[in-house]
Design a protein around this ligand. Structure first.
Ligand SMILES: [Zn+2]
Length: 426
């Protein structure tokens, strides 16, 4: 499709579009440069099957063109249009098209103009939208209901699209058709759409530079203001410091759980205390609250590598000590098809790890929860090739350190993928 320049719109709609862009830049000033990189293209409603409704979300393509339906521009409010512009920009900056796991599958007739998207494409769209939901928590009095927040879909918060995709695909029941109907275009899954324009794309290098520059802006903005949503903060960290590895992620997750267990709601918004200032990056549990009790479950089934287990365990131990949790608050239980004797090691080298057979991590949960006191935090180090309890323990947070990307963890556990192959996007 040829696509028309913005000038093709009458003055009124053109002003509305400009107002939506201003709205977006005002809500997320750190994205202002990236917003200018987007190239708006007008798609006449008569040229698309289904008219403007197909372009309800102002879908982008991988070349950073944003497709505008005049009918939708007319129908939606300025903030709503601005919202979709930021939403599509988030798909592009987060490179959802390149990350679409279904891309390797043969395309049936999805490429043909007017053809519908595959179920995988729809699922990925929902998963990617769930990942970027938090990016758009920008001071709404009433946040838009479409797309829905992850928790409305029964998904955990703070997740990445790949994980959401797997959780959604593992479900027996199909997606709610109303939720699955929203199409964010090629910018979300990299697959063709009938309305895509044939204008030259933004070169990949320019897209990459835009992402880097935007990440720098996010960080700069954070020096003076705190109103950057958590999703953008984490994204900027990943972009600027791709060396972020599982150790840092694991440490961050454990610290967050410990901080919350110790009575803090969200340490990232907390003013650092003087004690914390002397140990940068470390959140110390409040002295008034009891220190959390932590149980580490170690999957010692035959498929686990001793080296990785050892490094993982040393890491967990280091993080716990850094947040002030002594070994007397730490219990270690090794599990294969059954749970072995609980240990409270004075030194890690004192640990005796039994097992080596098949895995059933549920036995470890049973053993951990049967003991007194019930742990505040369970850290399960496993390859994930195990059944899990159906429900989360009622008063215990769970962090799963997953040593095999092919393994599975339940949606109720906070999962960190542990890998020797360096950083991972998922
Ligand atoms: Zn989307």
């Amino acid at each position: 499709m040829s696509g028309l320049p913005l000038d093709a719109l009458p003055p009124g709609p053109r002003r509305k579009w400009a107002a939506a862009r201003v709205w977006a830049a005002h809500r997320a000033p750190y994205l202002a440069d990236a917003l200018l990189t987007l190239d708006p293209v007008v798609v006449p409603d008569t040229e698309v099957t289904g008219g403007g409704a197909a372009l309800r979300r102002f879908p982008a393509d991988t070349g950073w063109h944003l497709h505008i339906s005049p009918a939708e521009l007319d129908r939606q409010s300025v903030p709503r249009v601005g919202f979709w512009v930021l939403h599509q920009l988030a798909h592009l900056l987060r490179e959802h098209a390149a990350r679409y796991p279904g891309a390797a599958a043969p395309l049936p007739d999805a490429a043909a103009p007017g053809a519908d998207r595959t179920p995988d494409q729809r699922t990925w769209n929902v998963a990617a939208d769930a990942e970027l939901y938090d990016d758009l928590s920008i001071g709404w009095t009433e946040p838009p209901a479409d797309p829905p927040p992850p928790h409305a879909l029964g998904l955990p918060g703070d997740g990445l699209a790949r994980r959401y995709w797997e959780l959604l695909r593992a479900r027996a029941e199909p997606l709610d058709p109303a939720v699955a109907a929203g199409d964010c275009g090629s910018g979300c899954d990299g697959q063709p759409r009938p309305w895509n324009c044939d204008l030259p794309p933004l070169p990949r290098t320019s897209a990459r530079l835009t992402a880097l520059e935007t990440a720098r802006r996010v960080r700069e903005h954070l020096r003076t203001r705190e109103d950057v949503p958590g999703g953008w903060r984490r994204w900027a960290e990943e972009v600027l410091e791709p060396t972020v590895d599982w150790r840092r992620q694991l440490a961050a997750r454990i610290r967050r759980c410990v901080a919350r267990t110790a009575g803090r709601v969200d340490f990232t918004y907390r003013r650092p205390s003087r004690r914390a200032a002397s140990t940068p990056g470390v959140v110390l549990p409040s002295p008034h609250q009891p220190l959390p009790a932590v149980t580490v479950l170690i999957d010692t089934s035959g498929s686990m590598s001793d080296t990785m287990l050892g490094r993982c365990l040393a890491e967990v131990d280091g993080v716990l000590r850094a947040v002030g949790i002594g070994r007397d608050r730490l219990t270690v239980i090794s599990v294969d098809a059954r749970a072995y004797r609980a240990q409270t090691p004075r030194r890690l080298s004192d640990l005796r790890l039994g097992g080596g057979g098949g895995t059933d991590i549920r036995a470890g949960f049973d053993a951990a929860l049967a003991r007194g006191p019930v742990p505040d935090l369970i850290i399960a180090l496993t390859d994930g090739h195990t059944p899990w309890p159906d429900d989360p323990p009622p008063r215990t947070r769970v962090v799963a350190g997953l040593l095999d990307p092919a393994g599975r963890t339940p949606g109720w556990a906070t999962t960190v993928l542990i890998s020797d192959e360096g950083p991972r996007a998922e």
